[in-house]
Design a protein around this ligand. Structure first.
Ligand SMILES: [Zn+2]
Length: 372
């Protein structure tokens, strides 16, 4: 089979990223068998077919599963999450990275296709739960991807190497706490809360990122989240957001620790659009990213106005509108909502200066105009 020739380059990749192939004296082979998938017998994977992803997955088990074996079915993700993630890493590093974004989006969609379920196996009497493709394979793989995001590439990969070469674990057994302690010592981070949310906890967040323009290059970014399952009250995560302008873009990571948390940013260009998690680091779904531009006096027209005044709004979310005259006296306002803005009827007003304030729920905007 042509595809088996790809085994060598994947083996070289894993040897570079992690540690040399652990059974080098015994070599490595494939045996064809009549099942659908594969089975990672030490040094000789049984293969139902020779897809690239199965080749990469079963080979990965020689490190994660055979060199270091799980010590409880509760921690099956240490085998299957790693093997699934390493097939993703093959896509990141090989074929010019072409398949890597698709691998991430497919796994994120699959994990978030149901609102609940933990990576931690709470029922080890159920074979279908232990080998849940969605939770033990895909969510386990994305848990590693997020640990890499939280700890950083250098700490993540060196912690994985230390885990594989730990004299207590190498050619022996390991649990989740062994991997986590290596990650904590390499990154200097306390991962207790992360594990509570993402390993023991169920579900995932949906993010709402609202970027408000305060002045041309000054912005307020408000980030909130809802959770798909009540077992987690809040997912504390570094949240990446990319801001695009006509001349370029910039990506900023916000440490999201509370709901409706507000951050102020200053860019060296005017933002034209906002993209939540552009490189797909987080397990999340149904996210919203919105740019709310500043409305200034120039956008109301005509000014002076005669019969009608038009106030365009970015979004049709008007909550309240108040008009006062130059003496501060409130004037009854007649208006209609048309499209995403409002049209004010001025025909009953006497000539002079007026002020209108509009509450769109996110901010209050004040406009001045002259009735001619
Ligand atoms: Zn496997």
């Amino acid at each position: 089979m042509n595809s088996t020739a790809q085994t060598a380059m994947v083996m070289e990749l894993y040897s570079e990223l992690f540690t040399p192939y652990p059974f080098v004296n015994e070599k490595y082979g494939h045996a064809q068998f009549g099942w659908g998938g594969g089975m990672e017998h030490q040094t000789m994977s049984f293969m139902g077919r020779f897809d690239f992803e199965i080749i990469a997955h079963e080979l990965a088990h020689q490190w994660f599963g055979n060199m270091v074996t799980l010590n409880s079915w509760k921690d099956i993700w240490l085998n299957e999450g790693f093997a699934t993630y390493l097939s993703g890493l093959s896509y990141e590093h090989l074929f010019n990275g072409y398949y890597w974004p698709f691998w991430k989006s497919q796994n994120i969609s699959y994990v978030t296709s149901e609102p609940d379920g933990s990576v931690y196996v709470n029922d080890t009497s159920s074979v279908s739960r232990i080998f849940s493709p969605r939770l033990s394979y895909s969510k386990g793989a994305l848990l590693l991807h997020m640990l890499r995001w939280v700890c950083g590439d250098v700490a993540f990969f060196s912690a994985c190497r230390n885990y594989l070469n730990d004299v207590d674990l190498k050619y022996s057994f390991a649990g989740t706490s062994d991997l986590i302690s290596h990650l904590e010592s390499e990154s200097g981070k306390d991962l207790t809360e992360f594990l509570n949310d993402w390993y023991y906890g169920q579900g995932f967040p949906s993010y709402q990122v609202r970027c408000y323009q305060m002045a041309s290059n000054d912005y307020k970014v408000e980030i909130s989240q809802t959770q798909s399952d009540p077992s987690v009250s809040f997912f504390e995560m570094p949240v990446p957001v990319r801001f695009y302008g006509a001349e370029g873009d910039t990506t900023i990571t916000f440490n999201h620790n509370s709901n409706y948390q507000v951050f102020y940013i200053y860019t060296d260009f005017e933002i034209e659009s906002v993209e939540f998690d552009p490189d797909q680091w987080l397990i999340s779904a149904s996210n919203l990213d919105t740019l709310i531009r500043k409305y200034d006096e120039a956008v109301i027209y005509p000014n002076p106005a005669y019969d009608f005044l038009r106030i365009p709004l970015q979004q049709n979310n008007l909550i309240d509108i108040v008009m006062i005259d130059s003496y501060g006296k409130e004037i009854e306002i007649r208006y209609s909502v048309q499209g995403a803005g409002i049209t004010v009827d001025l025909r009953n007003l006497t000539s002079g200066m007026y002020f209108i304030s509009i509450n769109t729920g996110t901010k209050v905007e004040k406009f001045k105009f002259v009735k001619g």
